[in-house]
Write a protein that binds this ligand. Structure first.
Ligand SMILES: O=P(O)(O)OC[C@H]1O[C@H](OP(=O)(O)OP(=O)(O)O)[C@H](O)[C@@H]1O
Ligand SMILES: Nc1ncnc2[nH]cnc12
Length: 179
């Protein structure tokens, strides 16, 4: 049995959603299982050194679920990387492409101070468009970002290679590759 196979079987695959040809890896079925959700967060926490970062940045919307649970458990402040038009304060934004479209994320300009270390957390890494946009936004505000953590990595889509190329280590509990 592979590591985290007990959690992997709870991730449902839906073909041709939201567009033909996309294999959607649906973590909602994992999140429905309370003990499995807790194990997911505990194992994500075990992959990182809490002394190596000051804040956790989560990406709306699915990324908020995992990043908020980690922030709570580790007592780390949470930086919200939000979809457009949701933040009330002065914000910066960035456009990006993902597997099935384009989008934009934003963050408050006063969320972090230069030099503060931020762990980036999302549920899933595919093309890396979203995570790379998060890294760029955070670094643009002076944050130090060297690790990004996910439940699921889809390495065939190239996101993990993109993050590595910009000196961000991608970590994930499980990968779906070649299937
Ligand atoms: O690596 P990428 O190709 O960028 O894809 C990964 C992103 O796609 C999903 O979010 P989505 O934009 O579908 O939004 P949601 O969290 O609101 O469902 C997922 O939660 C990641 O944020
Ligand atoms: N294949 C996929 N499954 C689930 N979420 C995604 N986000 C981008 N690509 C995805």
């Amino acid at each position: 049995m592979r590591e985290n196979d007990d959690l992997r079987v709870l991730v449902r695959t839906i073909r041709d959603y939201p567009k033909p040809g996309i294999q959607f890896r649906d973590v909602s079925t994992l999140l429905l299982d309370g003990p499995a959700f807790r194990k997911t967060i505990d194992r994500m926490i075990a992959l990182v050194d809490p002394d190596s970062f000051d804040f956790i940045a989560g990406i709306e919307a699915r990324g908020f679920i995992v990043s908020a649970a980690m922030s709570y458990a580790l007592e780390k402040g949470k930086v919200m990387l939000r979809k457009p038009g949701k933040l009330p304060g002065q914000s910066v934004s960035i456009d990006y492409a993902l597997e099935y479209g384009t989008d934009q994320i934003e963050m408050h300009t006063d969320a972090i101070r230069p030099g503060q270390r931020v762990l980036l957390v999302d549920d899933l890494l595919a093309t890396g468009g979203t995570a790379m946009a998060g890294v760029e936004l955070l670094r643009g505000q002076g944050a130090v970002v060297d690790t990004a953590l996910f439940i699921v990595d889809l390495p065939d889509l190239g996101g993990s290679a993109k993050l590595t190329a910009v000196q961000v280590e991608p970590m994930a509990l499980m990968a779906f590759a070649g299937d």
